[in-house]
Design a protein around this ligand. Structure first.
Ligand code: 9MR
Length: 620
């Protein structure tokens, strides 16, 4: 008896110290969800040594099975560390409980798996279901009962903002109300924004178009009917498209009805503390910028408890072109799935594009509290993207001439007459080129080849950046922007497409590097995805997944991506206190108050889905 009790006491100690040890940051950083057996396997060690160090790989029994030497990378600006790189890629045996050791440093146990198991893709998609407005989130579709919640904003009806803005300017409102129910809440807030909705829809639908056009049965099944936990599963329509349609219904509802005159600021006005000059325009066919609360609500606030009055904010050219682009994309994807919906989308896209051409310079510059801005002073890329989507869908001359006239014609993030820059909500030019490179269309074969070559060249530039980084990720920037994890994953989307177009494995490895960084191979030894890895993000800035703020609210579900380190806008209270004390990759805290670092957002989870689905699909 005594012996047994003593044994179980020792066992309990071992378990609790193992659990503790799992949480302790390690000097050896790697993807905390493990590696693919046939894929690249890299780890990073922060160590001051100027000479290579011996590493050993131990199996679950503790036996040293492989040895090697680290590669001294040296000082790394993005992390602020002196870094060694460890490459285990040649070891390909699947198993659990592997550990890497370098001197006294030891990694957490990790797995090598034949292939990814698809769980990350499904969890990342479930984020969208759980962000749905106007419907209850049902327990049977979520991983824990406490994530279920009553519908918020049901219905989500609003009229135009007719109050005083932050400068004291009183807006005129409008004579109509729109029912813009459904859609996804943007992020930690309950705003719904057409601009950000656009890139999100495009990215998710592109994951589906990629699978369809490149004939990838694995990806089609992983995103297809019955693959996801959704009320629509089993309805005969691919689940990814069911989820996206929920958002498209909202986006379509944000279009200004026929024969409506509205007062809007024309041109990129900079009134300082003064007032915007408003002019009357025929706004029919344009899209309202957003549907959002009058004032910011506190954290936590469950969607159903939001008591703020909601308004439509004035239509902008940027929102209108986002609607044109994704409605045109939807028109071709739903063409055979739901012809009536496809026709409705195409009509909306045409109306929107025509409205944007009539009013090319209505910018989101209103200073409205209670919601984000998504203001963008350069809409060249939005025009090009929308024209590309409309041309790919219709082949019509109007859209072709708009495309050809654009300085962004066939441009990629780094190539072309005017490179588009990295993909983001305000940088969507590359999306147009990606569509022209992927979707059969009437451009000359040499032009399509140019679009592809430009995208592949950008992927090559991203690989050069990868080599320049201590943590070996395809991203180099002197400062990390708001939502940096999405900037990195959007680069992985381009790398993924380059792999699809060329078959070159190096581009896929670049995408793996991006995912490795996001899932733990970073100086904070942090998985930025909730529910994945030994040190997952736990405390997002979110009004419902707000357990840290109030234990009566749930912790986040699995599969939610934190925006990530932000060294360029440190305006929240947590970030302010870190100013001057962190490096680009370390300006991050797992704290619900850190909205510049730890919010979650639809346009950030979308590339997580794309890249995760791509890696699942292309693992060997
Ligand atoms: O992702 C947006 C980021 O690029 C901007 O710098 C930032 C400040 O304008 O806003 C971010 O978007 C937020 C939006 O305005 C409101 N919902 C939450 C979004 C993510 O933080």
């Amino acid at each position: 008896m005594i012996r047994l009790a003593a044994l179980s006491f020792v066992f309990a100690l071992a378990v609790s110290s193992a659990a503790l040890a799992d949480e302790t940051p390690r000097q050896i950083r790697l993807n905390q969800t493990g590696f693919e057996a046939q894929g690249p396997k890299r780890a990073i060690l922060a160590d001051p040594s100027k000479t290579p160090l011996d590493w050993t790989l131990h199996d679950a029994a503790g036996v040293a099975i492989v040895k090697g030497k680290t590669r001294v990378f040296g000082d790394d600006a993005a992390s602020g560390e002196h870094v060694h790189q460890i490459d285990l890629s040649a070891f390909r045996k699947a198993g659990d409980g592997y550990r890497l050791k370098v001197g006294a440093a030891e990694s957490r146990p990790f797995a090598i798996r034949a292939k990814p198991d698809g769980r990350l893709t499904r969890a990342a998609m479930s984020f969208f279901y759980q962000q749905r407005a106007s419907v209850p989130i049902e327990a049977k579709y979520v991983e824990r009962p406490d994530l279920a919640r009553p519908a918020g904003h049901a219905p989500d009806k609003a009229t135009c903002f007719d109050q005083a803005d932050e400068r004291g300017q009183v807006w005129p409102g409008c004579d109509y109300t729109l029912d813009a129910s459904k859609g996804w809440y943007d992020a930690g807030d309950h705003g719904k924004y057409v601009v950000n909705g656009g890139i999100t829809v495009w990215t998710l639908v592109n994951a589906w178009e990629r699978a369809t056009l490149l004939n990838r049965p694995g990806a089609l099944a992983a995103l297809g009917d019955g693959a996801l936990a959704l009320p629509e599963a089993g309805n005969g329509v691919p689940d990814l498209l069911d989820e996206v349609r929920f958002q498209l219904d909202f986006l379509l509802a944000m279009q200004v009805p026929e024969a409506k005159t509205l007062q809007v600021p024309v041109g990129n006005q900079r009134p300082g503390n003064g007032k915007l000059a408003l002019s009357a325009i025929n706004a029919s066919g344009m899209a309202h910028q957003k549907l959002a609360d009058r004032y910011w609500t506190a954290l936590p606030t469950a969607p159903a408890d939001d008591k703020q009055v909601r308004y439509l904010y004035y239509p902008t050219t940027g929102a209108t072109l986002n609607l044109a682009a994704v409605a045109a994309q939807a028109a071709r994807v739903w063409k055979t799935i739901d012809p009536a919906f496809s026709t409705k989308c195409l009509e909306a896209a045409r109306r929107a594009f025509a409205a944007a051409q009539r009013h090319p310079d209505i910018y989101a510059i209103g200073p409205f509290t209670g919601s984000g801005g998504y203001g963008d002073g350069d809409l060249t890329d939005e025009f090009y993207w929308a024209a590309a989507e409309l041309y790919a869908t219709t082949g019509e001359a109007t859209y072709e001439s708009a495309l050809r006239a654009s300085p962004l014609f066939l441009a990629s993030p780094t190539e072309g007459t005017r490179p588009t820059g990295d993909i983001g909500w305000n940088g969507v030019g590359a999306l147009g080129t990606m569509t022209l490179a992927l979707v059969p269309n009437g451009l000359k074969p040499a032009e399509i080849a140019q679009a592809r070559a430009n995208l592949v060249a950008s992927a090559g530039r991203y690989l050069s950046d990868d080599v320049s980084q201590g943590y070996a990720l395809p991203y180099a920037a002197p400062g990390y922007p708001w939502g940096s994890n999405s900037s990195i994953l959007n680069r992985a989307v381009v790398l993924g497409l380059a792999h699809d177009l060329t078959g070159e494995i190096a581009y896929r490895y670049g995408a793996v590097d991006a995912m490795d960084y996001v899932l733990g191979r970073n100086p904070l030894d942090q998985s930025y995805v909730s529910g994945f890895g030994a040190r997952p993000m736990r405390h997002p800035h979110h009004r419902f997944w707000a357990k840290q703020a109030n234990p009566a609210y749930p912790a986040p579900p699995s599969g939610v991506l934190s925006g990530g380190p932000n060294s360029t806008n440190m305006s929240d209270t947590v970030a302010s206190a870190m100013k001057g004390k962190c490096r680009p990759q370390t300006c991050w805290t797992d704290d619900y108050r850190a909205f510049t670092q730890n919010e979650v957002a639809i346009n950030w989870n979308a590339p997580l889905v794309w890249v995760s689905a791509f890696l699942d699909d292309t693992a060997r």
